[in-house]
Design a protein. Structure first.
Length: 255
């Protein structure tokens, strides 16, 4: 083999190696960009679901405080579940269970479509995963004896999340059932309804005695706020919520 042929072969080999390396890093970069786009898109939906759930918990807990300080039947659950019309009572039951189920649905979507361990060294992503895990723990455990209202084992959380994923979605474009679809399935699908009947009954128990469940629900709400802080660090989606939360903390009331 003459020198020219050898040089040509080496150049060709180097070119092939460079192309392979560049191709690998290009694919890796595209994959990371795709994952980050999914995290941004799904993270926004998860933030809204967390906001809706914490907002309902806020109304329940603040209503409980109102009932205790100003007499019964002034708070959210008492006003609309205990003394409300049958339509209002059913709305409180279904909508409260729905916002919990919707949150679990978006967590399940993230679990299915994003491998958290492949999201790089993003501190925000790691924090989000840790908080999601802590929320799951708060839903799973009991703070005091007899406090099992809205408690779900981890497998139950996964099952409810799976039921809330819209059947017509596809990887990267999944969504949860809307409230109307959720109510329709409650009425028409016996298997679906069986998973949610205990939670609907828990709302009835919560209306009878909020005090026993209040500590764990307050912990759950705070963890949801922590998740919103990670998913919406610049307070772009919920500025009024942040203002209210800050005012409550300054007043020593928490949220």
């Amino acid at each position: 083999m003459d020198v020219l042929t050898l040089v040509s072969a080496l150049v060709a080999l180097a070119g092939a190696a460079t192309t392979a390396v560049l191709g690998y890093w290009t694919q890796r970069r595209l994959r990371l960009v795709e994952q980050r786009n999914l995290m941004d898109s799904y993270g926004a939906s998860l933030a809204w679901a967390a906001y809706d759930l914490q907002s309902r918990l806020y109304n329940i807990l603040r209503g409980h405080e109102t009932d205790r300080s100003q007499g019964p039947h002034h708070g959210f659950v008492s006003s609309f579940h205990v003394q409300g019309t049958p339509k209002q009572r059913e709305f409180v039951r279904r909508s409260t269970v729905f916002v919990l189920a919707e949150y679990l649905g978006w967590v399940e979507i993230l679990r299915q479509d994003i491998q958290f361990l492949d999201l790089g060294q993003s501190r925000a992503n790691r924090n989000a995963v840790e908080i999601i895990s802590s929320i799951s723990t708060a839903l799973n455990r009991t703070v005091s004896a007899g406090d099992d209202i809205l408690r779900l084992w981890r497998a139950e959380q996964r099952a409810i999340g799976e039921l809330m994923v819209h059947p017509h979605g596809e990887p990267g474009r999944r969504k949860c059932l809307g409230y109307a679809e959720f109510c329709e399935k409650l009425e028409a699908d016996d298997v679906f309804r069986r998973w949610f009947t205990p939670l609907l009954e828990d709302i009835d128990r919560l209306a009878e005695d909020t005090a026993q469940a209040a500590p764990r629900l307050a912990e759950l709400q705070q963890k949801l706020i922590n998740l919103i802080d990670v998913l919406d660090p610049k307070a772009e989606r919920f500025p009024q919520f942040r203002q209210r939360t800050s005012a409550d903390l300054r007043a020593g009331r928490g949220d």
